[in-house]
Design a protein around this ligand. Structure first.
Ligand code: ZN
Length: 561
């Protein structure tokens, strides 16, 4: 099936610090469509240019007759046989247009005796001959698919990491096809002829699919009283000296979940002004690091109206690459993203996310719901309307991609999308009361995770800090309340575990992590004063790694000159 292959190839290929080209994503008219689900070079590129770094960094993908142009990050070239971007020294096929591959072996599906496998043409060989490095099958199929086999086993993640510039993709070989095109103009699912279908609980099953008709159902057939009440605290934007201490105080090691692990949160990082040593430290101690764009640019509605798939890629894969390079955070740990200003980017955002292996989004505002909504996967239509003026929620299905919607905060008489957008007039007592009100709204009903989505500046009011931490301490007196990261909440939903078993639940354990020496945050980071051509000024970048030459930015994540 075509889609299965597509998943695999994208996993290997675009994953690697590939940059989608500037412009409209549609390549110039002269690049033909080669629709075999592989990346290819333009066969019409002038022969004298094929070895140039510009030409050899370009590659294309054709889907539904539409050609998409991509370009590797600065300093990298596209390797058409491995379908990845890699350093110049490792790429020797700039003159090869498309990958040629032998047929797929039948392996155990042929008619061979015990301990033998079948080649693509049915010839049998001992199983050990397959992927041993030398060609035995007449059709070459014994060696031609080894990379893919490894991919299915997840081994290729290592290759990505060696390049320091990749994303590892969550890889589900059963992923169904993505039928999409950019020709549709309506943003409403009812008008989208290819729109996602309504929730069908008989078809949608955990761990990879979850929906319920009104979005409020507890997963795993558990009664609410057996469900740990999850509280997801998130912070957006740059992490730096202005807020690092605040984060250390809020997530102090004295505040422990009932399983003995310290409370943890999720940081949606935007690049500018971020101190990458601090990010590295937060990651080391078990917080989740997620993507919130390179530029965080305005105007706000650019994200929902104008940003192309390529822009979403540049911004979100770009910031993931920067975090990986300067904070050492493993790419496979950067699983989620949040749109700047919570400006959802319609199908374009979600298409990019599913193609590039993000696990979840947490940008969609849900209308007030009592009981509150549980997260869900986008296999089906979201169980709620799209809140906000000029918002563009996705209309298509994105199987296996999770959405952690933002439930409204009930402030008694009115509701607000986020606690820190409620009202600046609130007193500390008000804040404590609102927190408790919403906690009970979740805890005493369906125990949907309670999301507290904040910005550090809100804590400039010391009364709010006091109220918030008092709320945390009071909630932690209960033995069924856990402060977890966004992705830990998804892990729980994938495998709903009752309170009886929760202390043994692996994804919530702590201290199991082994770090390489370079992955551990240093005490004395370099303060790199770096010019930025784009920003037309200097920026400081604090990192435990080597200073780049230029301030990293879109399409130049490694800060090359
Ligand atoms: Zn933001």
């Amino acid at each position: 099936m075509r889609s299965k292959l597509l998943g695999t190839l994208l996993l290997v290929a675009v994953a690697i610090s590939a940059d989608v080209s500037r412009g409209k994503g549609r390549s110039e008219e002269d690049t033909p469509c080669i629709d075999d689900n592989k990346f290819y070079r333009n066969p019409y590129a002038p022969a004298r240019d094929v070895w140039s770094t510009t030409e050899c960094a370009k590659y294309y993908l054709c889907l539904d007759n539409e050609v998409f142009e991509f370009r590797c990050s600065q300093g990298l070239l596209f390797d058409v046989s491995r379908q990845i971007c890699d350093f110049k020294a490792n790429v020797d096929n700039c003159d090869v247009t498309s990958e040629t591959r032998p047929p797929r072996p039948l392996l155990g599906n042929g008619n061979c005796e015990d301990k033998h496998f079948a080649c693509g043409d049915g010839t049998c060989f001992p199983a050990a001959y397959f992927c041993d490095g030398s060609v035995d099958c007449p059709d070459g199929s014994d060696e031609g698919w080894c990379g893919k086999v490894m991919c299915y086993l997840g081994i290729n993640v290592q290759l990505f990491q060696n390049l320091g510039a990749s994303r590892s993709l969550s890889h589900d070989p059963n992923k169904v096809g993505k039928h999409w095109s950019r020709r549709i103009s309506s943003n409403h699912v009812r008008n989208d002829p290819n729109g996602a279908s309504a929730c069908d609980p008989t078809k949608c099953q955990l761990p990879n699919c979850w929906c319920s008709v009104d979005g409020t159902q507890v997963p795993g057939n558990l009664t609410a009283s057996m469900v740990p009440q999850m509280i997801i605290v998130t912070f957006d934007d740059a992490v730096n000296a202005e807020n690092f201490e605040l984060y250390s105080k809020i997530f102090s090691d004295d505040r422990k979940n009932p399983n003995g692990c310290p409370v943890r949160g999720t940081f949606y990082i935007s690049h500018q002004y971020t101190n990458y040593r601090d990010v590295q430290y937060l990651w080391n101690i078990g917080h989740e690091i997620a993507a919130h764009s390179v530029t965080h640019r305005g105007p706000e509605d650019w994200w929902s109206k104008n940003a192309t798939i390529e822009d979403w890629f540049d911004e979100m894969v770009g910031v993931a690459n920067i975090i990986n390079k300067y904070a050492g955070v493993r790419l496979k740990d950067i699983k989620g993203l949040r749109a700047p200003f919570l400006r959802v980017g319609w199908n374009r955002q979600f298409l990019m996310m599913s193609e590039f292996g993000f696990v979840y989004d947490s940008s969609m505002l849900a209308p007030f719901s009592d009981p509150p909504l549980w997260p869900y996967t986008l296999d089906h239509r979201p169980p709620h309307g799209c809140v906000g003026t000029e918002q563009h929620c996705p209309t298509r299905a994105y199987p296996g991609l999770w959405e952690l919607p933002l439930n409204q905060i009930w402030a008694g008489g009115y509701s607000c999308p986020r606690l820190d957008s409620c009202s600046s007039e609130l007193s500390g007592e008000d804040v404590y009361r609102i927190l408790m009100l919403n906690f009970k709204r979740h805890y005493l009903s369906n125990r949907a995770p309670l999301g507290l989505h904040l910005h550090s500046s809100w804590f400039q009011n010391p009364m709010y800090f006091y109220a918030f931490t008092k709320f945390m301490d009071d909630a932690l007196k209960l033995n069924d309340v856990y402060f977890v990261t966004s992705h830990q909440a998804i892990e729980w939903m994938r495998e709903p575990t009752s309170l009886n078993e929760i202390e043994k639940f692996r994804p919530w354990r702590c201290g199991t992590r082994q770090f390489q020496p370079f992955e551990v945050a240093c005490d004395l980071p370099s303060s790199c004063k770096l010019p930025s051509r784009v920003l037309k000024s200097y920026r400081y970048l604090h990192t435990c790694f080597e200073c780049p030459k230029e301030y990293p930015w879109l399409r130049n994540e490694f800060g090359l000159e």
